[in-house]
Ligand binder design. Sequence first.
Ligand SMILES: [Zn+2]
Ligand SMILES: [Zn+2]
Length: 351
Amino acid sequence: MSTSEAPAPPETTPKDKLVCDESNDYGSGAVPTEVMTAGRKGIDPQRLPLPEETQPLKIMWRYVIVLGMVHLVALAAFVPMWFSYLFTWSGFIAAIAGHFLFGMFGITIGYHRLLTHRGFKCPKWMEHTLAMLGMCNLQDSPARWVAIHRMHHQHSDHQPDPHSPLANFLWGHVGWVVCRHKDLDKTSHYERYVRDLLRDRFYLKLERKDGWFFVFLLHGLVISLIGGAVGYGVSGGDWGQAYRYMLSWTVWAVAVRTVFVLHGTWSVNSLSHLFGYRNYETRDHSTNNWLVALISHGEGWHNNHHATPRSARHGHKWYEFDMSWGIIRFWEMIGLISDVQRPTKASVAGK
Ligand SMILES: [Zn+2]
Ligand SMILES: [Zn+2]
């Protein structure tokens, strides 16, 4: 692991010192990242242009259609005339459970802290399981997600950043998802960001023929069928109730939950680069936002994260609750994982 020290800013108190993680790469096959040097100077929030690679804007209609459909199905849960038919407590509880199982274990811990930043080491079976859980959130293949996020860290809030909200809020939240980016439209274009991942045939196969998307569809089908079985069971064999529960679980435990996790992740990119407080003078606009931290299992402590990208712990202060870190810490204590990355002393001392 290479080590690069934060440049010592001249004539500053330790409190004002720029800080950055001592490890600015993301594991083997790493992306060369710029050291955070510029603070926030030089960024004009009103004038950050969209990334050159997205221009001219071309809509990726298949993303629009799929994401539009899952939003429409989720909205069906809240249509007054359908609400009482579609709502079941078991479907609602399954949605909350799925938020943790797929959102926290799959995206926050799996895609982000493990695959992107290599914040800890774990057995392959466990890594692949977490990646599979991540695919159940309609957030793209592991390799493409990781490539986009590493690109974000490399250029955060500067023009090549694929999703800076300094261009505009809607772009940072969801616009970037549905617009074609020349460096991200083919595996061969972004493989330089994810060579470490693509050496594993598991991830390489998922890139082909949208394998990750079939994992998403399959998990939705399984959840719907479980809902049907629950309905059949609790009603004592009533097929009408089995059908109702199947729809309820599809709407709540698949669609509503997926949409909630999607917006939680997107909010990290949008809200946590605009609103909140900062513990560290990073070169971007990243902020610590408690609301985003709450809905994304600790990812909202995003300024801490930009200051110490490899750290598996995002909440640095005692009041910055980070549930994902609690899980990682537990796994470490029982010996399931190792080499857990923590905020460096230098970075924590920076404030
Ligand atoms: Zn960020
Ligand atoms: Zn990150």
